[in-house]
Write a protein of this length. Structure first.
Length: 463
């Protein structure tokens, strides 16, 4: 099993990589400077050597007089320049002329430096630049020492090394300070996040938002937005659980009271047994419906959207066949023989079932429920469920999609859980649909589900 790697902070990673980059850059820059200066110095030596040999050719050293005349009038520094004149003419009185130490250089053959033309190394003299010219039977050989240029180059190298050392000392300090400025806000956010994570209700807390850097500011702001959403969801969950417990308490209390009534007075008054059993059966059915709706809500929250091509006409007809047995009102469908759309068939069926069952609760038994299916020019499909019931008050329309909401007029007279429409609203959001409510004239309500021609997959997945 591999050992776990040591945890590395952003600051240490940045410090290491920036330090490597700075050292590499400094070394390459220093090397480039040294090479450029070396090339420049060598070029100057070559130019100077060319001028000296040109002067020798003009003088035409053919005798001692010529040699001494050139030595007297020449500004050549013989400390670093060595001249050897070889006269090969037949009438030459003297064949060889040497400037000081020139004959010492020739005593041992200099070693050629590879890759660089005219550059040689001579023990005791160091690097020498060599130039040979010929004119009128006379060879002029010049050996020019590079000691002055090497001294300049050495000073440059020393200065460069000093800059490099200074860079290696100051760069970590600067980078460490810089990385702290960049990572301290992240570290603070991390510590605050750990603290929030340890709380019972993390949604009630907020992260500190630094002024800079802007990326961390945006990150903290987005985290706070997320915490706000989590807080609201936590609050909604608590309210949902409280409402569910409250809705279950009423039928449970009714069942318990009737069971106790049978237990205490059933033998003496057998006529109350049938009535109490009827109450127990009715309330148990209400509990079953509430539990089924709660399970439907949970499944709706966990729904994985898988968009496919579905036929709305087929879905509507199948839904009508399923729910017609549960309601007294006849259901009339108006729409095309086939209308395909990209959506989620199960979600549409659940929404339509809730609409129809809701219409059945609040409509007279002899009044039909109409279902109209249409498609406009933009490709949007609408399914409208129309009833002739008592309608919904304008003030209640804003609350019908809240969990367990039921108006005061129907709470005690019409059975229900107040979960069907909230479930429908959530499913519509998941499939990128919209639900609208409007009045049906002269009375009743129209619930309409609108489905786009092309659903927005990103918004659906985020829902």
């Amino acid at each position: 099993m591999k050992k776990n790697k040591e945890k590395q902070t952003s600051a240490s990673i940045m410090l290491r990589h920036l330090l490597k980059m700075m050292v590499t850059f400094t070394l390459l820059f220093s090397l480039a400077i040294i090479l450029a200066i070396s090339h420049q110095l060598l070029t100057e030596v070559a130019t100077n050597s060319e001028h000296i040999t040109h002067s020798l050719k003009k003088t035409k050293i053919d005798s001692d007089h010529d040699w001494h005349y050139w030595r007297k009038n020449s500004t050549l520094d013989t400390s670093y320049s060595y001249v050897y004149v070889h006269n090969v003419r037949k009438n030459a009185a003297v064949e060889h002329y040497f400037s000081p130490k020139a004959d010492d250089i020739l005593a041992i053959k200099p070693i050629k430096v590879p890759l660089i033309s005219n550059l040689y190394f001579r023990p005791g003299f160091g690097l020498l630049y060599h130039r040979l010219v010929y004119s009128d039977g006379i060879y002029y050989t010049l050996w020019q020492s590079l000691s002055p240029q090497l001294a300049v180059l050495n000073r440059i190298i020393l200065v460069t090394l000093a800059i490099l050392v200074l860079t290696l000392i100051t760069t970590p300090l600067y980078i460490k300070r810089l990385t702290r400025r960049l990572t301290d806000p992240l570290t603070e956010l991390s510590e605050k996040t750990k603290l929030i994570n340890s709380l019972k209700e993390p949604g009630t807390s907020q992260l500190p938002v630094p002024v800079q850097p802007s990326e961390v500011t945006d990150l903290a702001t987005n985290f706070n937005d997320l915490l706000t959403v989590l807080g609201k969801r936590q609050e909604q969950k608590e309210i949902f659980i409280l409402n569910a417990a409250h809705e279950l308490r009423t039928p449970i209390a009714t069942i318990r009271s009737n069971a106790q009534l049978i237990e205490r007075h059933g033998h003496a008054h057998p006529e109350i047994i049938d009535q109490s059993v009827a109450y127990i059966t009715e309330e148990s059915r209400a509990m079953q419906q509430l539990i089924d709706n709660l399970l439907t809500q949970i499944r709706a929250n966990q729904l994985v959207v898988d968009f496919q091509r579905v036929d709305l006409t087929v879905i509507i007809q199948e839904t009508i066949n399923k729910v017609q047995k549960s309601i007294s009102q006849p259901i009339i469908f108006n729409g095309p023989a086939s209308l395909a759309v990209t959506s989620h068939g199960g979600a549409i069926e659940q929404i339509l079932t809730n609409f129809i069952m809701n219409a059945g609760k609040y409509s007279p038994t002899d009044q039909p429920i109409l279902i109209n299916l249409n498609q406009d020019d933009s490709g949007t499909c609408t399914i409208a469920v129309q009833d002739n019931g008592s309608g919904i008050k304008e003030a209640d329309k804003a609350h019908v999609f809240e969990h367990f909401f039921r108006s005061d007029e129907v709470r005690s007279s019409v059975p229900g859980t107040g979960l069907g429409l909230p479930i429908s609203a959530h499913l519509a959001q998941v499939i990128d649909g919209t639900i609208t409510i409007r009045d049906n004239h002269p009375q009743g309500t129209i619930f309409q589900l609108s489905l786009p021609a092309t659903p927005n997959l990103s918004s659906s997945s985020s829902s």
